[in-house]
Write a protein that binds this ligand. Sequence first.
Ligand SMILES: [Zn+2]
Length: 101
Amino acid sequence: MATLHQDPCKKNKTKTSHKICAAAMCNNRSENRPDLTYHKFPSDPETSRRWEILMRRGDQKFKSVENKYCCSEHFVPSDYRISLTGHRKDLKTGAIPSVFP
Ligand SMILES: [Zn+2]
């Protein structure tokens, strides 16, 4: 019989607030580099595929990862749209990561 005990850890659902940069050679994550912006992969499959290749993550396994991010270290300032407030960092449509140290 299954126990009806509630696991107190599961109270606040599965919070996915932490973001990890998916680039193969990058260890940045929101926990250790909260100063960076983590960009979700583009919805356009072609651009998304280019990101994967550039980040050396073109493997099959990576395709099944749901929330993929690329940190702002891989983009140059010209990849960003300048917002009116200057606070938000928005990537231009079709921008691809190009900085891989
Ligand atoms: Zn990164």
